[in-house]
Write a protein that binds this ligand. Sequence first.
Ligand SMILES: O=C(O)CCC(=O)C(=O)O
Ligand SMILES: [Mn+2]
Length: 203
Amino acid sequence: MNPAQTLDLSDGDAIFYPAFFAGGDVDRLFQEFRDTIAWQQDSIQLYGRDIPLPRLTAWYGDEGTIYHYSGIENVPEPWTPALLEVRRAIEPLAGVTFNSVLLNRYRTGQDSVAWHSDDEPEFGENPVIGSVSLGGTRTFQFRHKKQKNRKRQIELTHGSLLIMRGATQHNWVHQIPKTAKEVHERLNLTFRVILGVHGRSNT
Ligand SMILES: O=C(O)CCC(=O)C(=O)O
Ligand SMILES: [Mn+2]
């Protein structure tokens, strides 16, 4: 593991570990998740039309961690051993017990996620989000919600961990823009805490 970098968001709090997972583990995890996760092509409803998301997604977690976004209701698949392995590795740094994970699969540079913040009510006031990246490096951008010229960006490398916490989701939006560059397929795992769910968290 190499040293942490803080992102200097002032009214937000984000820490980045460029090579949190290293060696053979990273390639093994990439292959395992690419080949065994129940990837779905979701779409959002916009003006009465179904628009496919520009990426594949999946939702895993404790029973009852139902998560809504853009009109989509996500019912979790149960944890797999590999997901639990990653979760346990990052929890000591995140300082929370995660009960769910949203996975994103960016097949090419044309896959992306648009500006948003992870501020759905089920995440609570100041959510801690642990985001693990595997595969091709993609640029992750932050933009301040009010002072739109305040921007930050980092390259999310293979095996990296980004932790967002504090007021980050209140004050900043983030995105993964499309790129014309040749990029390798990328997987992203964002571990989250959904509030109001009772029960065992490690089954
Ligand atoms: O792919 C990423 O690094 C970001 C994904 C993201 O922001 C999200 O799923 O909320
Ligand atoms: Mn997000």
